[in-house]
Ligand binder design. Structure first.
Ligand SMILES: C[S@@+](CC[C@H](N)C(=O)[O-])C[C@H]1O[C@@H](n2cnc3c(N)ncnc32)[C@H](O)[C@@H]1O
Length: 348
């Protein structure tokens, strides 16, 4: 069987964790080379759609994005002046009923070269009559451009794990952006297609300076923000926000008070953070969501993460656990209050 080459992407500091997850998949897999910080080329004996299906059903935490490599081309004397002839064979595989996008990533290549490549590849495929859509393509031509070669592959967008090239979901800083942390929650909501209850109540633990609280307020929620640190003054006049200026462990809570959502971005040891989340779950309504970041230690990450997930399962059913683009030394975990009806063996 023909080998399949795949670019895999994760956070730069999580390469080893990501590879370990991949090697545990149970398929034949070989590390080929590192292309950039957090970008690696691997080789498997599975066709890309099957590899993608295996990866998606295994819910890996540190792997953020995959893309197939169907065509490679060495750099010619003038840079990448000619497009690979195999691009025509790749065009023959495009679905004429679905829009395509070209996602180009580069390493040690100037922006002009990359921009021109993307334009030429797009125009080449458009000449066949295929419809190009940069915003919501259903199929993607992934191009990875290094100083000496081009790697190109075609896949369905969902097969790549993320709609964004390399899983790099960017958000623009706005005048009212409070903290970079905001982007973590925005990404989690988008990536996991979370539906937050409009007019619902949220308990936001570790809320300062208030980025997550702001995102929740913007979605029509009432927020109890808990943090000993100050919140941004831009939030102070919001009638839907209450700030308990103290530790989550000291939060006085009225009997019978309930929340629809619990968020926890507290900077603390994962075990303690999960214990607090579990104890707060009594204030969460049935079926209420918890969105929690696990802060990762320098060593023993896999054990800490697994213990944290198992502990969280004492009060919640895990839905997602992922290191998102906007997570640095942490992962984002989403869980729903209550036990699953049947005991599953799948890993979150
Ligand atoms: C990463 S920041 C949170 C950022 C916030 N989510 C935002 O969007 O602006 C972590 C916060 O956890 C808070 N924290 C740490 N331990 C805490 C505790 N025991 N109770 C409440 N907050 C705590 C810190 O004061 C800090 O403000």
């Amino acid at each position: 069987m023909r080998d399949t080459y795949v670019t895999v992407t994760c956070q730069a500091e999580s390469e080893e964790l990501c590879l370990n997850e991949l090697f545990k998949l149970g398929c034949k897999l070989r590390f080929d080379r590192r292309l950039d910080h957090g970008v690696m080329l691997i080789c498997t004996d599975l066709p890309f759609p099957e590899f993608s299906e295996l990866v998606r059903s295994s819910r890996l935490i540190f792997l953020r994005h995959i893309a197939p490599v169907d065509v490679t081309q060495e750099r010619d004397g003038d840079g990448f002046s000619t497009l690979p002839t195999e691009l025509d064979a790749l065009a023959a595989r495009l679905d004429p009923t679905a829009a395509f996008g070209v996602q180009l990533r580069k390493c040690n290549v100037d922006a002009e070269t990359a921009h021109s490549l993307r334009r030429r590849i797009t125009e080449h495929l458009e000449r066949y009559g295929f419809r190009h859509d940069t915003r919501r393509p259903q199929q993607v031509v992934s191009v990875y451009c290094t100083e000496d070669r081009l790697l190109i592959g075609l896949s369905r967008t969902f097969e790549n794990l993320s709609d964004w090239g390399g899983g790099m979901r960017m958000y623009a800083y706005r005048e009212d952006t409070i903290s970079r942390a905001e982007f973590k929650l925005l990404e989690a909501i988008e990536r996991f297609a979370l539906e937050l209850p409009v007019n619902g109540a949220a308990l936001d633990l570790g809320a300062a300076p208030g980025g997550w609280s702001k995102v929740l307020l913007e979605r029509g929620m009432r927020v109890l923000a808990v943090d000993p640190a100050e919140l941004s003054p831009t939030l102070s006049s919001n009638p839907n926000l209450t700030h308990f200026k103290g530790l989550a462990q000291d939060l006085p809570m009225a009997n019978g008070r309930t929340f629809d959502l619990l968020t926890n971005d507290m900077r603390m040891d994962t075990r303690e953070s999960v214990e607090i989340t579990n104890s707060m779950s009594r204030y969460l309504c049935d079926g209420g969501l918890a969105i929690v970041t696990f802060k990762l230690p320098k060593k023993g990450i896999t054990a800490i993460v697994n213990k944290g997930l198992r502990l969280l399962e004492e009060s919640f059913t895990l839905l997602h656990a992922k290191q998102l683009f906007h997570n640095r030394s942490e992962i984002t975990v989403v869980a729903v209050k209550g036990k699953p009806l049947t005991v599953g063996s799948g890993e979150a």
